[in-house]
Ligand binder design. Structure first.
Ligand code: KG4
Ligand code: ZN
Length: 342
């Protein structure tokens, strides 16, 4: 079975083909250089770039599948696309591409939740899908637009426990980077600057929001901004290290606490911020101390990609959830159950 995945929710145009759990192709056109001049994603520029790049990106991803299928046979058995959450202009481009491929090849089209894609990406190792998730588990999804905790009892059985009330973790990294004059996207830049610092005397608040499963990172960003106003000659490395430490400690404490409370045995971490080495080390150590396993998405699949959309689509097909498909988009899509009761 071969499935084409399409990803256009934010600033990466992606297409990938998954064949019986193995990636046949994985193509991503990153718009990062386009948005860098504006220090963030400009939605109008993003949708135009998606419209321009979607055809060549999908064609490149389909090339090896067309070769394998042979003349006159459809290269894929299904098409999965990210139907939300995301920027409407980009989502429409992905939906139209998916509908076109579905009609052309006469195969079903499945709408996938982009954030669920980030979770199932944890099962990719060296381009292969492996059974790495053990249910029930606690999922931490940390990206530029979202910071959420889910209890997951099986594929397609995700329940939202809490999310950020304001900025997402990646957004906080990006905003602090901007305050420090570092380029977009800020996460990797802040991590690099922090690694150069030799310890830090600065201590920013830990926004723990006790008694809730929610996050709030805008106060932490404001604390950094006030600090910089009072210390014009502050070392960017020391500030980055102190900010990263406060954010990582908060994510770690809240995630491990939630995992213990929901009686799960493992924690899975996905999304762009999951690439952060300090977060990976801190969560792995704290989880191990609490007797919990951790599964992190491979670094190359942390950022947005279509492989994770194909992967989620394949799980949905296996669960017989295709009838939930269609080509509609939903920029504010919430989690929906499609998996079997376990
Ligand atoms: O998942 P993603 O590629 O796109 C969204 O769905 O939002 O996440 C992008 C976010 C950006 O905010 C970026 O700064 C952050 O992930 N990020 C990082 C790192 N690499 C990417 N944050 C912290 N440390 C990193 N190494
Ligand atoms: Zn994402």
């Amino acid at each position: 079975m071969r499935i084409l995945g399409i990803e256009t929710t934010c600033d990466e145009t992606g297409a990938a083909v998954l064949e019986n759990g193995r990636l046949l192709s994985d193509v991503v056109f990153s718009q990062v250089p386009l948005h860098r001049a504006y220090n963030g994603v400009v939605p109008e520029l993003a949708s135009r770039a998606h419209a321009e790049k979607i055809a060549p990106v999908v064609a490149a991803a389909l090339a090896p599948a067309l070769k394998k299928a042979g003349r006159g046979r459809p290269p894929v058995d299904a098409v999965a696309f990210a139907k939300g959450p995301g920027l409407p202009g980009g989502l429409v481009v992905g939906a139209v591409a998916a509908a076109t491929a579905g009609a052309l090849y006469g195969v079903p089209v499945i709408g996938v939740n982009h954030l669920e894609g980030h979770l199932y990406a944890c099962e990719l190792r060296d381009g292969r899908r492996c059974r790495l998730l053990e249910f029930p588990l606690l999922a931490l999804i940390v990206s530029g637009g979202h910071t959420e905790l889910w209890r997951v009892s099986g594929y397609g059985r995700c329940k939202l426990l809490g999310k950020t009330r304001d900025d997402a973790a990646g957004e906080a990294f990006d905003k602090v980077a901007r305050l420090l004059g570092l380029p977009y996207p800020g996460g990797p830049e802040v991590e690099k600057a922090a690694a150069r610092a030799k310890g830090s005397e600065i201590r920013f608040p830990r926004p723990l929001m006790p008694g809730t499963r929610e996050f709030s990172f805008s106060g932490l960003k404001t604390a950094v901004s006030y600090y910089l106003r009072g210390h014009v000659a502050a070392d960017a490395g020391a500030v980055s290290a102190a900010f990263q430490e406060a954010l990582v400690e908060t994510l770690t404490a809240k995630t491990v606490e939630a995992a213990k409370a929901c009686r799960v045995k493992s924690i899975a971490v996905g999304g762009g911020v999951a690439a952060n080495g300090a977060l990976r080390a801190s969560l792995a150590a704290a989880a191990a101390k609490a007797g919990l396993k951790t599964v992190f998405v491979e670094k190359r699949y942390c950022a947005d990609n279509a492989a994770m959309i194909a992967l989620c689509g394949a799980r949905m097909l296996e669960a017989g959830a295709v009838s939930r498909g269609g080509c509609g988009i939903n920029p504010a899509l919430r989690l929906e159950n499609w998996g079997r009761q376990v």
